[in-house]
Write a protein that binds this ligand. Structure first.
Ligand code: DGL
Length: 267
């Protein structure tokens, strides 16, 4: 048994969609969440910058005595996870491998759409891992960078969100996909709008549930589950205070949390 908290991080509010599944799957665990609200978006940045930012965040989370870290960001998981694993001696769970597992479990016609940030799509990581598992699957990828500011703004389902979704997704619809992977943790916030646009014949896959299961399996295997002797706490940190974080936290986790601001550049 190990009652230390789980660290979770993202460039902003997107990782809250993963935190929600972790709280549901592992209700006894304490959570320390960091959202890099001062430096979002990561998706338009280079691999080197994303790696530098994520190392700073890991150093910060280690000061909170975390026992494992969820990289609740596809951009970091696809660009910097290897570097994090080489640098720090702590279990990391990214979202890309769980996402690939969800795709393999879902597609029937083996035509799959992947949407994510520019950096995630540019990394080619999803396509590579899907092909390693099943070389007959055809992967159609499309960066959808504007979904991130829409999600951060709380514009989940208005005219701007719908028009943006149509412009991005039209070409995937014409590819005959039966599965669409939300390869950015911000995108589940726009799931309704994306679903209406892509149509009900296409199944939407969110890696969050499989990510939470991957964490559960690692904790069980290593006898690191929280023993549940105390009421769990969820603590939130950000690199810049915005009311948006609190609002989206409330909408996603159905509870008010007030984040504390830290100077991430110090780490
Ligand atoms: N939520 C993040 C992801 O899953 C990053 C979005 C961004 O900062 O561009 O990729």
């Amino acid at each position: 048994m190990d009652n230390r908290p789980i660290g979770i991080f993202d460039s902003g509010v997107g990782g809250l969609t993963v935190a929600k599944e972790i709280i549901k799957t592992l209700p006894n665990e304490n959570i320390v969440y960091f959202g890099d609200t001062a430096r979002v978006p990561y998706g338009a940045k280079s691999k080197d910058v994303v790696t530098k930012y994520s190392k700073q965040i890991v150093r910060f989370l280690l000061t909170k005595n975390v026992k494992a870290i969820i990289v609740a960001c596809n951009t970091v998981s696809s660009n910097s996870l290897d570097a994090l694993r080489r640098t720090f001696d702590i279990p990391f769970i990214g979202v890309v491998e769980p996402g690939v597992k969800s795709v393999l479990e879902t597609t029937k016609n083996k035509r799959v759409g992947i949407i994510g940030t520019e950096a995630t799509i540019r990394s080619g990581m999803y396509g590579r891992l899907i092909h390693d598992a099943d070389s007959t699957i055809e992967v159609f990828s499309k960066p959808c960078p504007l979904f991130v500011p829409l999600a951060e703004e709380g514009w989940y389902d208005n005219d701007v969100a719908r028009m943006t979704a149509e412009l991005y997704l039209d070409e995937l619809i014409s590819c005959g996909i039966d599965t669409l992977l939300l390869g950015c943790t911000h995108y589940p916030l726009l799931k309704h709008c994306i679903g209406e646009t892509i149509g009900e014949a296409v199944k939407i896959v969110d890696p969050a549930k499989n990510t939470a299961d991957a964490l559960r399996i690692i904790l069980e295997k290593n006898n690191m589950l929280n023993d549940g002797s105390e009421k769990p706490t969820n603590i939130f940190y950000v690199s810049d205070i915005t009311d948006k974080f609190e609002k989206i936290c409330l909408k996603t986790l159905k509870k008010t949390y007030t984040p504390a601001k830290i100077d991430i550049e110090k780490y």
